[in-house]
Design a protein around this ligand. Sequence first.
Ligand code: YH5
Length: 285
Amino acid sequence: METGSVPLNHVRRLQQTVRQRTVIMGILNVTPDSFYDGGRYARAEAAVQHALQMVQDGADIVDIGGESTRPGSQPVPEEEELRRVLPVIEAVRGQVDVPISIDTTKSRVAERALQAGACMVNDISGLGFDPRMAEVVARHGALCCVMHIQGTPQTMQQNPQYEDVVRDISRYFEERLALAERAGILRENIWLDPGIGFGKTVEHNLEILRRLREFTAFGLPILIGTSRKSFIGKILGDLPPEERLEGTAATVAIAIMNGANAVRVHDVREMVRVARMTDAVCRRL
Ligand code: YH5
């Protein structure tokens, strides 16, 4: 059994930064459907270049994922997910000193990524899909993002329903925090994320942004991922993903004003500026 393998300097750096200003998490998808398809090696190479660019642009952490979790997307076998993400984590670790999070719901993928130098697990199932996930996070002393999802990526957008979206998500956070604590994850290592788009209607997503401050009652960092998501496209009149930059900027500014401590984004250079400007107004930085 291996314990405490994560880069502690990265854990501490992030814990400190997230208390001071908005943390920018850059999205790195290592999936065939995303942006490159010249074979496995070329895909990994392009992903590493993209990671280096995001670091140059001001990303505080790079979130590496090998499974698409978009609505209706199919699960990826563990072996394939590992083949996609591990070479990229290793290469990024070798070339730049940036904290890395592994975007996965599988405990064995999380474990191999943490052994390879990731310091955070971003689990869109909030430790819920794989019963061994919490134990892996605890044993490695990793940071962990607990995201809310209603249903699974296959079914979540079929008919999302809540009594009160913010209160229902808060109850879910309470349950998952109890599970995390039982597994031995330190509370100070947990970030919360309401999971924009994961089993939510457009109206649910807007209400979460409007009432985001309610989640600060947990006293934990709030991460939010609105970047280029379909609710922005719908509000702006069916705009495609590449036309959602300004809408994303609006949601990032609003989320920060309403208490977000970290934002997960595709457009790092632009959103670093949005976050800095918003931090200057809201947090007097
Ligand atoms: C999140 O919110 N989201 S994957 C559909 C799109 C654009 C983007 C073009 N992982 C989150 O980014 N992890 C994802 O339409 C996440 N929070 C955390 N913690 C979905 C995604 C996307 C989907």
